[in-house]
Write a protein of this length. Structure first.
Length: 136
C-alpha cells in the first residue's frame, strides 16, 4: 500500500488490469482448466526468435523398449534458475528415476551439470524449436 497498490486477495499473485499479458506456449496452455478474463492475452514466447533449427538427438528419438509410458520432456529453469546447480542436479536426479526422456537446458553453468543417458542437453537451446517435439 505504501507504493499505491491495493493488497492482493488471498492466493492471488497479480492484479488484473485493462490489458494483461502472460507468456505461455499455446500447446501447453490449458485455459479450460483455469479460464482467464477477457483482458488476458497470451504470448507464445518472450524468447528471442531463432533461425537455428533443431534436430532431436537420435538416442532420444525412440522411447526405450518396454511399456509405452515414456514421454519426451523439455526441462528448463531459465537462465537464473539453472544457475542454481544444486537445484538443477536434484531435479535431474528426480527426472532420471522416471521412464521419461528429457531435453535439458543446462544454462550458464552447463559444464557443472552431468546428464544420465536418458537425457541430452546444452548450455543454450532453441526453446521455440524444441517445444513442438515435447510429448508431455
Amino acid at each position: 500500500m505504501e507504493q499505491g497498490a491495493r493488497p492482493l486477495p488471498d492466493l492471488e499473485f497479480i492484479h488484473e488490469g485493462d490489458l494483461n499479458l502472460y507468456v505461455y506456449p499455446e500447446i501447453a496452455d490449458h485455459t479450460g482448466a483455469r479460464p482467464l478474463g477477457p483482458a488476458w492475452h497470451r504470448l507464445d514466447s518472450s524468447v528471442r526468435e531463432t533461425d537455428e533449427g533443431f534436430t532431436l538427438p537420435a538416442r532420444l528419438a525412440e522411447p526405450p523398449a518396454g511399456p509405452d509410458d515414456s514421454a519426451l520432456l523439455y526441462f528448463s529453469l531459465g537462465s537464473l534458475g539453472s544457475a542454481d546447480v544444486g537445484l538443477m542436479r536434484r531435479v535431474i536426479a528426480s527426472l532420471a528415476r522416471t521412464p521419461h526422456r528429457c531435453i535439458v537446458s543446462k544454462g550458464p553453468l552447463h559444464d557443472e551439470i552431468d546428464l544420465p543417458p536418458t537425457m541430452w542437453g546444452a548450455e543454450f537451446l532453441p526453446q521455440t524449436r524444441i517445444l513442438p517435439w515435447s510429448t508431455w
